[in-house]
Design a protein around this ligand. Structure first.
Ligand code: C2O
Ligand code: CU
Length: 439
């Protein structure tokens, strides 16, 4: 990354529009918007968004509540909305060509589902996502616990990067082959958008819902001015809260943090880079909370997940191949796909595997490439298997480093056709996707 290209601003107020309570029917309109990505005073950026802004509105409901969302596509291009991380009916998953037809410009689609899990999720376009997400078609989706933890502020922190030109437009070349063969489309400008825009007091307890909405960039994030614990990953509560240090968010990953404000001036989000720390955003601190008593950070109530049946588990291997410096690159040069799973690029008529409903699988993810990949499974959460062989955190997206092998364990309990793909969206665009069937 070229540090001079990076600019910093924390004026996120204009970017985050309103909050929508999703229990009543609501409209979600994809449309062209302008957003102030560059600092105030510099040109605004033509983008795509929902209901007048990017990110789109915060969709918020209680666990088990019904969402009834009337998606209207006025973006001028075909689209569809995927509810990332929600274990909902396959027909509502928002994947054109697999769970529904693409919603053509001018058309609509009604998404109705119940959110089974409480936690931090998000929604985004799943049509030409490498371009439409880069242009701003995404927003946060929050499902509240029946008894939310006792905090003074519940804040959403969406971390994104954009590749900007000097005149304030998004750089084009969304299918640039060099990007796709390397780490994807990395921005030259990054920011943590805080919603709602607010000021906090020293001593306040915060719940911070971090969401990496960047198409391709992995963000290590350091928090300064607060002390606390990571209490959930990808919307699923951790059995034992983790330290905040060393937090890494691959594209689409989330982390919930509960932390107390210790600074008298600001709580900030810092992206450590090779050239030094880069400030992603900050929350101003003023005054002190004198009434809150010091207390342990409590564990969130777990969501209900079927326990894996390891004795009868299916074993599968998913080998990631391709990218720059690989043999497959030659194919890319000749117009083929650059990335593959088990030698296969893109989707075919046959799934990677067809699971009997309720079946447990142990999937070995083998990264035989020079790049990290964030592997996302639709419609399910899975356990990451730790180095000790024990089941670790439940996730919907797992980061597998170059040359790393990682096992995941999943109970395939949700019937339908589910995508399994790299959430570095440039890699997905260049073939790194497959699907599984649960019948
Ligand atoms: Cu965040 Cu296939 O999706
Ligand atoms: Cu990838």
């Amino acid at each position: 990354m070229n540090r001079r290209d990076f600019l910093i601003t924390t004026s996120a107020a204009t970017l985050f529009p309103r909050i929508a309570l999703a229990s009543a029917p609501m409209e979600l309109v994809a449309q062209p918007v302008t957003a102030q990505i560059l600092p105030e005073g510099e040109p605004a950026t033509p983008m795509l968004g929902f209901n007048g802004g990017t990110p789109g509105p915060v969709l918020r409901a209680r666990q088990g509540d019904a969402f009834d969302i009337r998606f209207l596509n006025q973006s001028g291009e075909g689209s569809a909305v995927h509810w990332h991380g929600l274990r909902i009916d396959n027909a509502m998953d928002g994947v054109p060509g697999m769970t529904q037809e693409v919603v053509e410009a001018g058309d609509g689609f009604e998404y109705r589902f119940r959110a089974p899990d409480a936690g931090t999720f998000w929604y985004h376009s799943h049509n030409r996502s490498w371009e439409q997400v880069a242009k701003g078609l995404y927003g946060p989706l929050i499902v509240e616990e029946p008894t939310p933890p006792d905090v003074d502020h519940d804040l959403i922190i969406m971390i994104d990067d954009w590749r900007m030109t000097e005149d304030g437009t998004l750089a084009d070349g969304f299918e640039n082959m060099h990007d796709q063969a390397h780490q994807g489309r990395l921005g030259n400008f990054a920011r943590a958008l805080v919603e709602p825009v607010t000021q906090v007091r020293r001593g306040d307890r915060l719940r911070l819902r971090l969401i990496n909405v960047a198409t391709d960039r992995i963000f290590p994030v350091e928090l300064e001015g607060v002390e606390g614990k990571v209490v959930a990953l990808d919307g699923m509560p951790l059995v034992t809260p983790q330290e905040m240090s060393g937090l890494i968010l691959a594209p689409a990953q989330r982390a919930d943090i509960i932390a107390d404000v210790t600074s008298a001036t600001s709580a900030s989000f810092v992206f450590p880079t090779r050239d030094g720390p880069y400030l992603l955003g900050e929350i101003p601190v003023e005054g002190a909370n004198t009434t809150r008593q010091p207390s342990e950070i409590s564990v969130l109530t777990p969501n209900e997940i079927a326990s894996p049946d390891m004795d009868n588990a299916v074993s599968l291997t998913l080998t990631m191949e391709g990218g720059a410096m690989s043999r497959r690159m030659m194919q890319g040069m000749m117009g083929g796909d650059i990335w593959a799973f088990n030698g296969q690029s893109g989707l075919t008529d046959t799934p990677l595997h067809s699971f009997e409903r309720g079946k447990t699988a142990r999937i070995r993810l083998v990264n035989d490439t020079r790049f990290p990949h964030g592997i996302h499974l639709h419609g399910h959460h899975f356990f990451e298997v730790g180095a000790d062989g024990n089941l670790g955190a439940l996730r919907d997206t797992t980061l597998v480093d170059a040359d790393e092998t990682r096992d995941i364990v999943c109970v395939f309990g949700n019937p339908g056709r589910w995508l399994l793909h790299c959430h570095m969206l440039g890699h997905q665009a260049a073939g790194m996707k497959t699907w599984v069937e649960v019948a």
